[in-house]
Design a protein around this ligand. Structure first.
Ligand code: HEC
Ligand code: HEC
Length: 313
């Protein structure tokens, strides 16, 4: 018998022997059948088929390489003495080549963007479903629960910038225990503000747009200093109170607690304000507060409750 065929038969027998040994180690075929272990039974059948077919195919080609004689005409070109035969393109190759082009066009236009499965998509769906369950469970949570929840979320999402104590880490971001600092009020008056704090896109004009309603005069540097102290001091005291009444109250209300659609609350940190800052972000004297878009309703409510509770005395 031919040596190649003999080798193939030995390899097949050895491989089948290994397969058998592996199955015996796992408890034997009887056990698999008794357990109804369909997946492993199919795997064994597959293994036997693959071993046998591979050996046949390999043997066929090895023999062909041993026995085939070249035929056909040589091409004109010669690369340093090496020349190629002018073989016809095998039909299978041509079909496969055209097939990949057609598949590419189909995949690009139809297969990929539409109806395609993605792991990220599946994860997002699962997270969304879980979020809904969470929102449902806590939608009527009381204030205490929300504040606790908000504190936990704050430690993860906000503390890296605002500090564990939410005191702004020496001015690197806003101190959340007070509504606003003197520096920030001045910055807003000098530069205006456009942070969508009201949710209406209403902007705060800069100093050129601010006029004292009682005296009709533009705001002076001394007045800016005074009113900034007044606002940062929770609108208490007399210094700056007249400037506030004349220049700011028309938009922010006489008590600074804001007027609907006109000016935001600048007297205290309210849940509504924190909520807007979380949704829109905020750019001010210190820098840029990023917007957070991926919390669910309960998480927003919890953070709003926690942050606004910090400034309550
Ligand atoms: C024409 C109406 C108007 C007037 C007058 C006005 N403001 Fe404002 N102010 C706004 C609006 C609107 C915003 C919100 C801007 C935003 O979304 O960023 C705002 C924002 C602010 C903020 C920022 C709040 C924050 O959370 O960042 C401060 C502080 C402030 N105003 C102080 C003042 C002071 C002090 C005066 C008077 C000198 C004044 N404003 C006059 C309309 C006004
Ligand atoms: C990348 C850093 C960073 C992170 C993270 C961050 N903040 Fe801020 N935050 C800032 C900065 C900077 C400011 C000040 C913006 C300015 O200059 O007025 C600010 C301002 C604020 C304000 C406005 C305070 C005021 O009186 O105007 C609130 C409210 C706030 N952050 C809440 C949060 C909450 C809640 C989180 C977590 C979900 C958070 N921040 C996460 C940087 C951050």
């Amino acid at each position: 018998m031919n040596k190649t065929v003999l080798t193939a038969i030995i390899v097949v027998i050895a491989m089948l022997g290994f397969t058998y040994a592996a199955v015996e180690l796992a408890g034997g075929v009887d056990k698999l059948i008794k357990d109804g272990d369909l997946v492993n039974i199919l795997a064994i059948i597959g293994a036997v088929i693959i071993v046998t077919v591979t050996s046949f195919v390999v043997t066929k080609y090895v023999r062909q390489m041993q026995n085939d004689k070249v035929s056909g005409t040589l091409s004109e070109e010669s690369w340093g003495g090496i020349r190629e035969y002018n073989n016809e393109l095998p039909m299978g190759w041509a079909v496969a080549f055209l097939g990949t082009i057609l598949f590419f066009i189909w995949y690009l236009l139809i297969g990929f963007p539409v109806n395609s499965y993605s792991q990220i998509g599946e994860y997002n769906e699962a997270a969304k479903k879980y979020d809904q369950k969470f929102v449902e469970q806590f939608k009527n949570a009381d204030e205490k629960t929300l504040i606790e929840m908000g504190e936990a979320s704050f430690m993860v999402n906000c503390a890296p910038c605002h500090g564990l104590q939410a005191d702004g880490m020496d001015g690197k971001s806003a101190d959340l225990h007070q509504r606003i600092s003197e520096k920030s009020v001045k910055h807003v008056i000098l530069n205006g503000s456009n942070n969508n704090i009201l949710g209406t896109g209403m902007m705060m004009p800069d100093r050129n747009g601010l006029v004292n309603m009682t005296t009709s005069a533009p705001i002076t540097d001394a007045e800016i200093d005074a009113v900034a102290k007044y606002v940062a001091g929770n609108l208490k005291g007399s210094v700056g109170a007249d400037v506030f009444a004349g220049t700011c109250a028309s938009c922010h209300g006489a008590d600074g607690k804001g007027l609907d659609m006109v000016g935001p609350n600048i007297a205290e940190m309210s849940p509504a304000l924190v909520d807007m800052v979380l949704h829109s972000g905020k750019k001010g004297a210190i820098g840029q507060m990023p917007a957070f878009k991926n919390f669910n309703d309960v998480q927003y409510k919890a953070l709003d409750a926690y942050v606004s509770s910090l400034s309550k005395k």
